[in-house]
Unconditional design. Structure first.
Length: 323
């Protein structure tokens, strides 16, 4: 049956697309317009990483509308792939094939999707990105200077002071398991967890200069590691809830760009403050202030998102009326 090039076999269907097999080829079709989105040589081409909107998603599928809307029916892996695949514009025909007969390794449509800067006009995304920038300005300060605080201010030995960074790592590893379990529950407010974790990180960092014992520093290391685990684990989930799964790849990349720049600047800034003052309290206070500020910035995100959604709906309605 499959050898007949003229026979079409429906192999998968999602809310807006279906996948049909025509001979040895696969065809992805828009169900609303009946127009072809992509012709590929096999199912493998459908699972190329840059075609998957959920490639960076680390949360439960139950939080995704694409999955939750179909939770009462059994979805095959091909159906789920069709539901979460977003074929970039320009990736439409046989001219996209490579010499081996598969899909192109890097089509113009994929590059356009990767380098899309349209998200920079979104107030929701900008607020989240600026918040992430300030978080990363201060996040690595404890990793670099906590040992110095423990030895110079508290009087601990170098070997004992080094253990504090290890405790942060252990707490972070444990916290990611806990964060994953909590965040997988659909009723959990991920934005609240993010805001709380960032605020806790900032407050804990700012309090380091006031800690004067090994037990107090161990308590800080545990709290800091746990809160950082929640912050790191929730990023992709938060991006999906605020911007949608289809924008995750683009948003994740741009967010990492902001955070990477901040990571490069943050530790040298703390070093400059230490050299200028000769004490560790100023770098920790500045780092903590940056992180607390970044957490406060995220508190109105839900309101900003609602305002942006309403604005976009009014804009679309006005454009439809003009048309």
């Amino acid at each position: 049956m499959d050898g007949n090039e003229n026979h079409t076999l429906l192999v998968a269907r999602s809310n807006s697309t279906f996948v049909a097999k025509i001979g040895s080829s696969m065809l992805v079709v828009n169900e609303m317009t009946q127009s072809r989105i992509l012709r590929v040589a096999s199912k493998v081409s459908l699972t190329k990483p840059m075609y998957r909107d959920d490639i960076f998603y680390s949360g439960s599928l139950l939080r995704l509308p694409q999955y939750a809307n179909n939770v009462n029916k059994v979805m095959t892996s091909t159906e789920w792939t069709a539901a979460v695949s977003s074929v970039p514009p320009g990736t439409t025909g046989e001219d996209e094939f490579d010499s081996a007969g598969g899909g192109a390794c890097c089509s113009p449509g994929i590059l356009k999707k990767m380098l899309d800067v349209s998200l920079l006009v979104s107030p929701t995304f900008l607020l989240l990105s600026i918040s992430g920038f300030f978080t990363m300005l201060g996040l690595f300060v404890p990793f670099i200077y906590l040992k110095g605080v423990a030895t110079e201010s508290v009087g601990l030995t170098v070997s004992i002071a080094t253990m504090l960074v290890s405790i942060i790592g252990i707490a972070n590893t444990t916290g990611r398991v806990v964060a994953g379990y909590i965040a997988d529950r659909p009723e959990i407010n991920v934005l609240f967890l993010n805001n709380a974790s960032v605020t806790i990180i900032g407050v804990a960092t700012a309090l380091v200069p006031f800690l004067n014992s090994f037990n107090a520093l161990v308590a800080f290391a545990c709290v800091f590691g746990l809160a950082m685990a929640f912050y790191a684990s929730l990023r992709s989930i938060l991006l999906v809830e605020l911007l949608g799964l289809e924008k995750l790849t683009n948003a994740f990349g741009l967010t990492l760009l902001f955070q990477g720049i901040a990571s490069i600047l943050g530790t040298p800034l703390a070093g400059f403050l230490y050299e200028a003052t000769g004490a560790y309290h100023i770098p920790f206070w500045v780092a903590g202030s940056f992180i607390i500020f970044s957490g406060v910035m995220c508190y109105p995100l839900n309101c900003v998102k609602r305002w942006e959604d309403d604005r976009n709906k009014k804009k679309d309605k006005a454009e439809n009326n003009q048309a």
